[in-house]
Design a protein around this ligand. Structure first.
Ligand code: RP5
Length: 162
């Protein structure tokens, strides 16, 4: 019998310069043993690469896509326009501290949603945790791991501020 394909997360970013932050998303996925592909894909610099990535998403078993970009950050929105796979947007820091990236990612007109996380490292980590949470709906083993992660996370928070 053919083994069931494992779900994968597609992690795309507009530039190699985004990797320093986005490796935090990939490291978080690794904690849950979730497979991922990380790629540099830009909506405006490499539009054909984006089209190919989206066309091959089903074949590659991507069940969630994380898209990070900075500045006039249309990567997550354009990706979401090309697929019905959930797209999580991570705004990258920029010359104006990521506010441009945040607004370009979050302010999707009604019809094509992008779930937008925080700017920078926190957003990168949370995008992975959100992906885990989405996958947990279908895969109970992943949901169990997420529950354990949360319990361990809570234990790490000190009771006293000093
Ligand atoms: C965006 O432009 C990328 O996502 C990156 O955050 C920003 C700057 O890219 P580089 O000029 O560093 O390649 O498309």
């Amino acid at each position: 019998m053919k083994a069931k394909k494992q779900p994968k997360v597609g992690v795309i970013m507009g530039s190699k310069s985004d990797w320093e932050i986005m490796k935090n998303a990939c490291d978080t996925l690794k904690l849950f043993n979730i497979k991922f592909d990380a790629r540099v894909i830009s909506a405006h610099r490499t539009p054909k690469r984006l089209e190919r990535f989206v066309n091959e998403a089903k074949k590659n078993n991507y069940e969630v896509i994380i898209a990070a970009a900075g500045g006039a950050a249309h990567l997550a929105g354009v990706t979401a326009s090309l697929t019905t796979i959930p797209v999580l947007g991570v705004p990258m820091l920029s010359v104006v501290k990521g506010v441009d990236s945040l607004l370009s990612t979050v302010q999707m007109p009604a019809g094509v949603p992008v779930a937008t996380l925080a700017i920078g490292k926190a957003g990168a980590i949370n995008s992975a945790l959100f992906a885990v949470s989405i996958l947990g709906i279908k895969y109970s083993n992943i949901a169990t791991k997420l529950k354990k992660y949360r319990l361990d996370f809570e234990k790490k928070i000190p009771k006293k501020p000093y």
